[in-house]
Design a protein around this ligand. Structure first.
Ligand SMILES: Nc1ncnc2c1ncn2[C@@H]1O[C@H](COP(=O)(O)OP(=O)(O)O)[C@@H](O)[C@H]1O
Ligand SMILES: [Mg+2]
Length: 222
């Protein structure tokens, strides 16, 4: 059983430096199941760096990240990959669908990599949830931008991750599509029980997300 207060993401004393310069600084942050959070801040404030630390792609200079109770930042790389695959789905700004595979095959591959096997029923259900039932056998190049985004969301969810992170998912979209994308992320997260962490400098999304984590650019040396 899970409770709403269960902490899926916990960050303490996190700092990252590149070439001696602090590029990301988060004293503390946590999100429990169902606590969707918008990670906001201007360009250069460290949003992508924080997402990369949370997903275990980079090791922070200082501090700790716990994902579903496990210390991501102190695990060896192979174990981090396992933890990420098991718990986190990623929606990339540039979608990163594999161009030689259909929508269904993209999901099937992602699911096999994450879970060791494909579950065709789950895949078809997800494809339906994002409204792509009629496009399951289409190639990525045949999709509209909005359809491609739906496919990327479905792929991020296909291993039923507890957490879904998205880095600037709406930055290339007009107002109507940006809000539609946010609503789709929220509705699919509700349907699958995933918790969202969405990095954005896009103020259009703020009405949709009561919880925010605001980053400010670490002070620049004069
Ligand atoms: N690999 C890198 N090498 C040098 N500087 C980097 C690197 N990654 C990020 N930075 C710097 O760190 C700061 C924060 O970057 P980033 O996390 O991408 O911010 P955001 O996503 O909020 O725009 C920026 O000043 C950026 O130039
Ligand atoms: Mg960024």
């Amino acid at each position: 059983m899970t409770t709403p207060s269960e902490r899926l993401i916990e960050v303490q004393g996190l700092r990252h430096e590149i070439g001696g310069r602090c590029v990301m600084d988060v004293a503390s942050f946590s999100a429990g199941r169902g606590e969707h959070t918008l990670l906001i801040g201007p360009s250069g404030s460290g949003k992508t760096t924080l997402i990369n630390v949370i997903t275990g792609l980079i090791t922070p200079t200082a501090g700790e990240v716990r994902i579903d109770g496990q210390s991501m930042s102190s695990l060896p790389p192979a174990k981090r990959d396992q933890l990420r695959r098991r718990t986190i789905g990623v929606v990339f700004q540039t979608l990163r669908l594999i161009s030689a595979l259909t929508v269904r095959q993209n999901l099937s591959l992602a699911q096999t990599l994450a879970l060791g096997q494909a579950e065709p029923k789950v895949i078809d259900e997800l494809i339906g949830q994002v409204g792509l039932g009629h496009r399951a056998d289409a190639m990525p190049r045949e999709l509209s931008q909005g359809e491609g985004q739906r496919a990327a969301i479905a792929r991020a969810l296909c291993a039923r991750p507890a957490i879904v992170v998205a880095d600037e998912p709406t930055s290339a979209l007009d107002d109507a599509n940006a809000l539609a994308m946010a609503d789709l992320l929220l509705s699919t997260a509700e349907a699958t029980g995933a918790t969202l962490l969405i990095a954005t400098h896009d103020n259009r999304l703020r009405d949709r997300f009561p919880r925010t984590l605001a980053l400010t650019p670490p002070q620049v040396a004069a």
